[in-house]
Structures are given as structure tokens and as C-alpha cells.
Design a protein around this ligand. Structure first.
Ligand SMILES: [Zn+2]
Length: 494
């Protein structure tokens, strides 16, 4: 493309929630070809919970939630709010969190932080939520990096540049499912303004689709097809600019999805049921409200002062629910949690001061939805219609995310047999630049993708289980050298 004098060294595209089985030559010809001709990581997995902000922070930091401190999409943190849940997607909540933590709500250095300290610049252009956009480069204003957030322009920075972009491109189209107009405008801004005017060293593009369209219209619905076709068209516009650029060889391109989705088929109301059982899960912690947190398709529930009896009461009640899948509690032996019949929370790699005592998942299976796509589950949400999409749990389909690369010196038409994750992107970028990764970056540089580079060590797989009267829970972890991955979790009837 004319006008782009200098290409970034790295470009990362995130297709929020995109399922691998929907990347067809018919509906996503550009992305399909990109994956087939490049390095694909079919065994890529997101981090748990398979939720957007948790994974946005993991991508940004190349690290597990144990390091980032983003341990759920919505959770109770008395330091942010003493009497309501903190919603990580919302601009005001995220600003409150940054104030509460002195600008260090994310407790690990991000790729952008490390790059800034070496004089490189990062630009983010996102149609995801303000919280998602923020987490990709939380300290962008300090670094003088450009962030454009089409869903909530208040999160855009620096102010002067964001204001100029808004004058040129505004007013912004309303959010829609599919989010066609906004995402088209997002690529206009990227190709016509950010790339030629800012010339960032690293560019991150976050597409809000197909996530919100899956949620609202169902996975495989005509609207979801329109959503993925649009993201593919916009991605194709970038590919044209990249491939036709005289310096295309200096730029590596990565594509990923932050998680996938399942079809929400069987509705439950956990908070109501818990209340009826005398287990009130509220938005504060005190003598009357011993539990606080979110209790949806996955649960992230804090127990007042970690009270073991209260924790046991909740965990035992959950074990009796036909919809309940996994239950994780802390302070066990590393495999089984302290409460009998539960798994140890440590297996989830999110041990952090903010981690709630108890996590649960709902049951999910491989059944097909009304559009013929596999993976259905119980669910709990006021926003999701019956048959819509959801995610956050441990089922193989929702944990399986897209990850693929192309660039100079990378293998072509290569399928990696190793597990991988979007946590591996930041270490891969730093490794290509010859910059040492900080100790918190537990992801690995994806050396198998590089021609003539040493292969990673062999994969070690381990399955952990916990039994209760009603069901048996399983969790499979993978290890490659110093990097660990959650493959998937499943339950079997006892
Ligand atoms: Zn997402």
C-alpha cells in the first residue's frame, strides 16, 4: 500500500473467540490461506478461565494469570470496590482498578513495557471492550504509545492524536452484531492513519467479532458467518498492504483468537439456587455475606477470610448440582484441593492475591448445536439467549484457540506438534529482537516455527483427577520445558 513508509516488525491480529472449525476457505479465504501457508499451532490453548480479559492480559504479558493478576472477567476485589464486583471490560471499573493499584493493576510487565524500555513503540487498534483494549497496553499513555479503542473512545490515547482521528473518521458507527461497520472503520484507521503516520514497531489489532455475534446469535448462525467473513475481508486488506510492501520481509504477522466458544443450551441460575440453599453469593464480604464473586458459566467466588467451613459448604453443595463440572479449591496437595472431591486450584496456574478461593465450571459436551457445530453446555447469563454462545470453562473446544504465524525465516506450511498458547507470542517477539524476556514471561519462544532452529523439548502430559459421589473431574496439563499449558478438562458420571 502506498503511504506506509515503514512496516512494523510484528503485527498481531486477534479474532475474538474465533473457532478453528469455522475458518473455512469459503468464509475466511484470507485467513485459511494464511494459516495453511504459514506455521500453524493446532494444539494451541488459551489460559483459564477461557475468558477475554484473562486472555488479553495473558497475551500482553506472555504470562499466566498467576503473574498478571487478571484472574476472571468479573470478580470481587475489595481494593477496587468494597461493595460491588469489578467488571474488567468497563472503562470506569478499569480506571478505578488502576487508581487502586497505583497504575499497576496488571502485576507483570507487558510486552509493550519491555519494548518501550528498549525504544520500540507499540500501537493498539481495537474494537474490543475498553477493558480488553486497556489490558493490551495498560501503560500506553506513559510510554507515549498510540491506543485507539473504537468501543469506548475514552480509552484512546494520546489525547491529541485520538482527537484528530475522531475528527477525521467520526462519528463512530454504533456497535452491532455482526460489528461490520466498526471493524471496517478500524481497518481504515489502521491502514490510512496509524501505519503511515505512527509507524509503530509492533501493531496489535483486536477484532470484537465473532465473539459478540456468537454470544448473541449463535455459533454458525448466518450473523456469525457474516461476522467472520467481514473480519476476514478486513484482515485481507492488511495482507494486501503487507505483501505488496517492498519491505514485507521485515514484518512478522501472527493471528490468534483469545479463546473459542460453546453453544449455551441448558440454562441455570446458580446464584438463585445458592441463595435458596442458604449460600448467598453477593457483591461484598461480611458476616451476612460470606461469599462474593461471579457465579455464571464459570464461577470465581471469594470466601470471607478464606473460612474453611464456608468454603466446604459451598464446594459440597456444588458437587450435588447436575450442571456442575470442575470445582477447584486452594491449599490442597497440589492435585486434590483442601475440600474433598475438588481439584487443587494450583493446577490452574492462577495463584495470585486476587484469586478467589473457589472456581467452578459447568458441564459441557461434544453435542452439535442447531447449526451443526459441536460443543454445547449448561450456562448462566442474563445477556445470552438460549442457543447463544458462551465460554470461560475448560472444555477442549472453548480452550482451543487459533494461533498461526508467517514471516521471513519462519517455516512454511508447517503444523507444530507442540502445545502452544498466545502467552508464547510475547517471548517469541522478544526473542526475534534479541531482547531477554522478563522472568514473569513463562510462555516460550516458538522455536519450532523458525527454520533451522533447535526443536523445543518433548511434551510431558499429565492427567489429574478428583472424585466425588456424583462425578469424576479430570484435567490434563502439558509441559514443554519451563512452559505449562492446560489442555482441557472433562467430567465423567460416577
Ligand atoms: Zn474473547
Amino acid at each position: 500500500m502506498t503511504g506506509i513508509a515503514k512496516l512494523p516488525r510484528f503485527v498481531v491480529f486477534v479474532f475474538d473467540a474465533l473457532r478453528r472449525d469455522m475458518i473455512s476457505a469459503r468464509h475466511m479465504p484470507h485467513l485459511r490461506r494464511f494459516i495453511d501457508e504459514g506455521c500453524d499451532f493446532p494444539a494451541s490453548r488459551c489460559v483459564f478461565p477461557s475468558a477475554t480479559r484473562v486472555n488479553a492480559a495473558a497475551l500482553a504479558c506472555g504470562a499466566m494469570p498467576a503473574a498478571t493478576g487478571v484472574v476472571a472477567n468479573q470478580f470481587f476485589d475489595a481494593r477496587v470496590y468494597a461493595n460491588k464486583l469489578f467488571h474488567t471490560g468497563r472503562h470506569d471499573d478499569m480506571q478505578a482498578a488502576e487508581r487502586a493499584y497505583g497504575g499497576a493493576f496488571v502485576t507483570a510487565p507487558t510486552l509493550a513495557d519491555v519494548l518501550a524500555s528498549h525504544g520500540y513503540s507499540v500501537a493498539v487498534v481495537s474494537s474490543g471492550s475498553a477493558g480488553t483494549t486497556h489490558l493490551l497496553n495498560p501503560r500506553s499513555a506513559t510510554h507515549g504509545h498510540v491506543t485507539l479503542c473504537l468501543s469506548d473512545w475514552r480509552r484512546s490515547s494520546p489525547q491529541a492524536y485520538a482527537g484528530e482521528i475522531l475528527r477525521r473518521y467520526g462519528p463512530l458507527p454504533q456497535a452491532a452484531t455482526p460489528n461490520l461497520e466498526r471493524i471496517r472503520l478500524q481497518m481504515d484507521m489502521t491502514l490510512e492513519a496509524v501505519l503511515p503516520e505512527i509507524a509503530p514497531d509492533v501493531l496489535l489489532i483486536w477484532f470484537s467479532d465473532p465473539d459478540s455475534t456468537y454470544h448473541e446469535c449463535g455459533i454458525g448462525s448466518p450473523q456469525s458467518i457474516a461476522a467472520i467473513e467481514n473480519t476476514d475481508r478486513q484482515f485481507g486488506r492488511f495482507l494486501d498492504a503487507w505483501r505488496n510492501h517492498p519491505e514485507s520481509a521485515r514484518c512478522m504477522v501472527a493471528v490468534c483468537s483469545d479463546h473459542a466458544q460453546l453453544s449455551a443450551e441448558r440454562r441455570v441460575r446458580p446464584k438463585d439456587a445458592m441463595r435458596a440453599a442458604g449460600l448467598v453469593v453477593g457483591n461484598r464480604l461480611d458476616a451476612q455475606t460470606p461469599y462474593a464473586g461471579s457465579a455464571g458459566y464459570y464461577g470465581a467466588i471469594r470466601v470471607d477470610a478464606g473460612n474453611p467451613e464456608k468454603l466446604a459448604m459451598l464446594a459440597q453443595w456444588l458437587q450435588e448440582q447436575p450442571w456442575c463440572g470442575h470445582i477447584f479449591t486452594p491449599d490442597g496437595d497440589g492435585v486434590r484441593g483442601a475440600i474433598p472431591g475438588t481439584l487443587d486450584r494450583r493446577l490452574l496456574m492462577l495463584e495470585h492475591a486476587r484469586a478467589p478461593e473457589l472456581y467452578y465450571t459447568m458441564r459441557a459436551d461434544d453435542a452439535r448445536n442447531r447449526f451443526g457445530l459441536p460443543g454445547t453446555c449448561w450456562f448462566a447469563s442474563r445477556e445470552i439467549p438460549d442457543g447463544g454462545g458462551t465460554h470461560g470453562g475448560l472444555h477442549r473446544i472453548e480452550m482451543s484457540n487459533l494461533l498461526a504465524l508467517q514471516g521471513e525465516g519462519l517455516r512454511q506450511s508447517y503444523r507444530s506438534p507442540w502445545p502452544a498458547s498466545q502467552t508464547d507470542l510475547a517471548p517469541t517477539v522478544l526473542s526475534r529482537l534479541g531482547i531477554a524476556a522478563p522472568a514473569t514471561m513463562t510462555g516460550r519462544a516458538l522455536s519450532e516455527a523458525i527454520e533451522n532452529a533447535a526443536e523445543p523439548p518433548p511434551v510431558e502430559a499429565r492427567v489429574f483427577d478428583a472424585q466425588s459421589a456424583r462425578h469424576a473431574q479430570f484435567l490434563r496439563l502439558w509441559r514443554v520445558g519451563g512452559s505449562a499449558y492446560i489442555d482441557q478438562g472433562w467430567v465423567e458420571q460416577a
